[in-house]
Design a protein around this ligand. Structure first.
Ligand code: APR
Length: 229
């Protein structure tokens, strides 16, 4: 089976009712990102961050996968689909995708502040000060904050390098190192991009599908079928 690598961002979940960051009415219009999503903010005011991510976790639980998520899961019948997402929601998994790599962490998990290898699936969506890991240290959201490394890049790069086809869906390509992943695409791998407002500067020849994720994936499936004739 040909390998289809999907690089998804917040726009992938927009049609599920989850806000993006940099669109009109995006999260970073309402919050100062450095106050709620940086390691400095965690040291300064951990309760605020626990509250911010509790809200986002609640919204995720109330959302459901959209047509785009569901069609990508369906595509596993015809392709080796590898999803590399900047999103911290679990909508790709809930849609049925089986290979999902989260570059920026996962809302469904908490992590020890003493030992980062201690990661726990949250059974209670409300995290609070005093929630401790087995070694007695405070738990934090298992999210990559600004100012922190993105360890999953080590796993993501070879996946992109091994792609037969690549499709970027719903990311403004603003945040590195995630945005730099498309530079690892093999030169002969067709690159598609699904976004109603595609980013202005695109690094290489891209087939733009200027639609939302739901309709855009329908178009992607059509174009992949045409190419495989
Ligand atoms: N379908 C597809 N794309 C959409 C849709 C939609 N229905 N609605 C909006 N978009 C597009 C926007 O045009 C934009 O290009 O999704 C993109 C969202 O961009 P951002 O809000 O910047 O989200 P993202 O690129 O995922 O942000 C990257 O920034 O704050 C950090 O860690 C956070 O992972 C996040 C990272």
């Amino acid at each position: 089976m040909k390998r289809l690598v999907i690089l998804s961002g917040a726009g992938m979940s927009a049609e599920s009712g989850i806000r993006t960051f940099r669109d009109m009415n995006g999260l970073w219009e309402e919050y100062d990102v450095m106050e709620v999503a940086s390691i400095e903010a965690w040291y300064k005011n951990p309760e605020l961050l626990l509250h911010f991510y509790n809200d986002r976790r609640k919204q995720m639980i109330e959302s459901k996968p959209n047509q785009g998520h569901l069609l990508l899961a369906e595509l596993e019948k015809n392709f080796d689909v590898q999803i590399i997402t900047q999103n911290v929601d679990d909508l790709h998994e809930r849609a049925g995708s089986t290979h999902v790599l989260h570059l920026h962490g996962e809302l469904t998990k908490a992590r020890s502040t003493l030992d980062p290898s201690l990661i726990y699936l949250l059974d209670n969506p409300e995290m609070k000060m005093g929630d401790k890991c087995e070694k007695g240290s405070q738990l934090r959201p298992h999210i990559v904050w600004f100012g922190e490394e993105v360890p999953a890049m080590t796993e993501a790069i070879p996946i992109v390098e091994s792609a037969d086809y690549i499709c970027v869906i719903g990311t403004s390509l603003n945040v590195y190192p995630a945005a730099g992943l498309i530079n690892y695409a093999p030169a002969n791998a067709p690159l598609y991009l699904i976004d109603p407002n595609p980013p202005a500067s695109l690094p290489r020849k891209v087939e733009v599908i200027a639609k939302g994720a739901g309709e855009g994936v329908v178009e992607l499936i059509h174009r992949l079928a045409e190419r495989q004739k």
